[in-house]
Design a protein around this ligand. Sequence first.
Ligand code: GRE
Ligand code: ZN
Length: 326
Amino acid sequence: MKGKIGLEEHFALEETLDDSKPFVPGPLWPEARARLLDFQEKRIAQMDAWGMEMMLLSLNAPAIQAIPDRKHAMDISVRSNDLMAQEIIKNPKRFQGLAALALQDPDHACRELERCIKQLGFKGILVNGFSQIDDPENCVYLDDPRYKAFWALVAQLDVPFYLHPRNPIQSWAQIYKGAEWLLGPKWAFGNETAIHALRLMGSGIFDTHPNLKIVIGHMGEGIPFSLWRIDNHNAWMNLPNPYPAKHKLSHYFQNNFWITVSGNFCTPSLVNSIMEIGTDRILFSTDWPFENVDHAALWFDNLELNENDKMKIGRTNAANLFKLGV
Ligand code: GRE
Ligand code: ZN
């Protein structure tokens, strides 16, 4: 299929490159590094070869969210957004941007978000999970009350928010002791991000702002597969919801969430996701440079799926959700 649009497509600044290095085996690092620093050459060549019209760019992970020093976090945020804007201007039909924000300082995050949307023309936000604030051990999730004004601004600007994975910090990751291979994209990324998304659903933020739009990658980070049990366990006990939000969590998953297929090119998982949230809320993505564009595109293009749904997932859902004007 031609005209595909991807939403989880990363780059790095020199200063944030090292955040990705531990996830790439040594001999492959030169290639990953070159992919992360490139915009107009390798990336465009891959997109042209595999029918990808546009990438919404975002900074690599965990980057800003793992910088406890507020000033430093804010500085990287502004520099990342400025670099992205420079590259987008060179080729706006192929690249658009998702803002990188220093949630360490909610006031700065709000100001920078307004600049990114109103002046730089970015189409949304991508944040790498919880933020470490002041002290590296101080992990703050986005359901924290300090983010009330931030969420109000996101709702007012009406731009989607992509909640991207990161690992738990070491002192919170004892469950992985002796099985560190489970960290990162194999398991810990998805687990961490699913819990973060569920915290948001239970927090009541979507009752306050019913138009908030959250995107999660990797075919929903496992949530579609577990959604029924989250809402329906031990039904005979008829217990009230143990969280502040008004509705069952599936209500929020079906009204405030969209998922991408990034890094999870698996047909049974896609079928499960279609059954849980339908084809209007599923979007193509690759997870470049950690996944190959050809792996994503060949799987997607060869899916035995009707052309209407393929066009929605591959392109039009993204065009509508992010107001891309294509
Ligand atoms: C990602 O951004 O999703 C990612 C990483 C590192 C390794 C694998 C991966 O940041 O998918
Ligand atoms: Zn990613």
